[in-house]
Design a protein around this ligand. Structure first.
Ligand code: 0X9
Ligand code: ZN
Ligand code: ZN
Length: 418
């Protein structure tokens, strides 16, 4: 009993030392005209407001987290521009605490085979352990390597799944580019497990294509969202930069740092911004490592899938322009088939289209570079659950349903290459 009390005190103090969001509110706001849109665009340049979903176009809502000291000013602004808004979370810390409690409470049923399960979220070390364990258990199909080190000296794992042979097409998959989007590594690790551990149920998905899977391509950022002295809502990597006005800041948005039409809109030159594009294209060691790993298999790769949350979108290039790629019809048609299968599982709705057209301009994305830079024709960004009820804190009990439905879409994607 004493030990239990001690443990819960320790757990409580661990929560207390993460960055806290007491009184922070999540607003859903819809700009109704050019003036209100511009007002929001200016807010997104400041570091005070955290745009959980980036600003879209007039008439489309966006989720903005507002610190307690700015709530009343923010509401005044909404009224001044007659913007439609509603409060989605009255206290972000409460939602973080609930998610954390649920995570701690999940019992480990039986004796799981590996260091991660999919009824809970796991940190970077556990994911690395899992990858090594599944490779050791299936040396005939799984090869693990490191594509290089992060800024904080972590190895960035690459999992190759293959039954050998030559001349096969390949699919490149990554997750965890945005640290706070926890469902992403939770899905990508599940995908590895499904392909390998459940091979016998559907051998065609491994026999017909090779998979190159990087479950966490922003390990430093991801671990920071787990650390007791970290920040659950961190997005970028962890390398310090020059910031703005001589005040240094931390982190580059890796999904603005890729070198295809880099810095052509929808990214920030402010090192303190959550969408900071870095000092140059591929300025970050982590995006360099991903670039080189993809280029090494680009001749074989026909498809690139990068997993994010949230919003439920199945996105095609481009993100730097509203113009569509020549083969857009093919990309779109395949996405429709995938989403149809996905939706059939639990009724979850996804929006399909090019990033710029259904979301917003955002240049320097890995998807644009995979297609335009590495020449991988079928490139998609998948924004998984939910639509902002829980946002980044998708409850652990939704991991499996999310993964099962997305897997149906992935099967369609893979079959298109058979
Ligand atoms: O803005 C992003 O990087 C992605 N959305 S998220 O909310 N997960 O941050 C969308 C990226 C779409 N692709 C490009 N803009 N290239
Ligand atoms: Zn350009
Ligand atoms: Zn993301």
């Amino acid at each position: 009993m004493k030990l239990l009390i001690l443990l819960s005190v320790l757990a409580a103090s661990a929560i207390a030392s993460q960055k806290r969001y007491d009184g922070y509110q999540l607003f859903q706001v819809t700009p109704k005209d050019a003036a209100s849109y511009d007002a929001l665009a200016r807010l997104s340049d400041s570091e005070i407001y955290d745009f959980w979903t980036d600003l879209r176009t007039i008439g489309h809502s966006t989720d903005i987290m507002v610190p307690p000291a700015y709530v009343s000013i923010f509401v005044d602004l909404m009224h001044a521009y007659s913007m439609e808004y509603r409060v989605k979370m009255v206290n972000v810390q409460t939602v973080l605490d609930m998610a954390r409690d649920e995570q701690v409470a999940v019992p480990r049923v039986g004796s799981p085979r590996y260091s991660v399960t999919w009824d809970n979220y796991y940190d970077f070390n556990a994911i690395t352990a899992f990858i090594n364990e599944i490779a050791a258990a299936h040396p005939d199909k799984v090869t693990v390597s490191s594509i290089g080190k992060t800024f904080e000296n972590r190895d960035m794992p690459l999992v190759k799944i293959s039954t050998g042979g030559t001349g096969k097409k390949a699919i490149v998959v990554d997750g965890g580019i945005h640290a706070r989007e926890w469902i992403s590594p939770a899905f990508v690790t599940w995908l590895i497990n499904e392909l390998v551990e459940n091979y016998a149920a559907h051998p065609q998905y491994v026999d017909n294509v090779d998979w190159y899977i990087m479950p966490v391509i922003n390990p430093d950022g991801y671990q920071f969202t787990h650390d007791t002295n970290g920040d659950r809502l961190w997005r970028k990597n962890r390398k310090p930069n020059a910031g703005i006005g001589g005040i240094p800041c931390i982190g580059t948005d890796m999904n603005r740092n890729f070198g295809f039409h880099w810095n052509e809109g929808g990214s920030s030159a402010n090192g303190c911004s959550d969408t900071f594009h870095g000092g140059a294209a591929f300025s970050e060691i982590e995006s360099q490592n991903v670039r080189d790993a993809i280029l090494a298999v680009a001749g074989q790769a026909e498809m690139y899938l990068t997993f994010h949350s949230y919003g439920q979108y199945w996105l095609t290039p481009w993100g730097y322009t509203s113009a569509l790629p020549d083969d857009y019809t093919q990309l779109y048609t395949l996405a429709v088939s995938a989403v149809n299968k996905l939706t059939a599982v639990y009724g979850t709705q996804y929006t399909i289209g090019s990033s710029t057209n259904v979301l917003y301009v955002a240049s320097g994305g890995s998807d644009d570079w995979a297609k335009g830079g590495a020449g991988i024709p079928f490139s998609y960004t998948v924004e998984m659950r939910d639509e902002g009820t829980f946002g980044f804190q998708l409850p652990a009990r939704q991991i499996l349903p999310n993964n099962e439905e997305v897997w149906e879409g992935i099967k369609v994607m893979a079959e298109s290459l058979f």
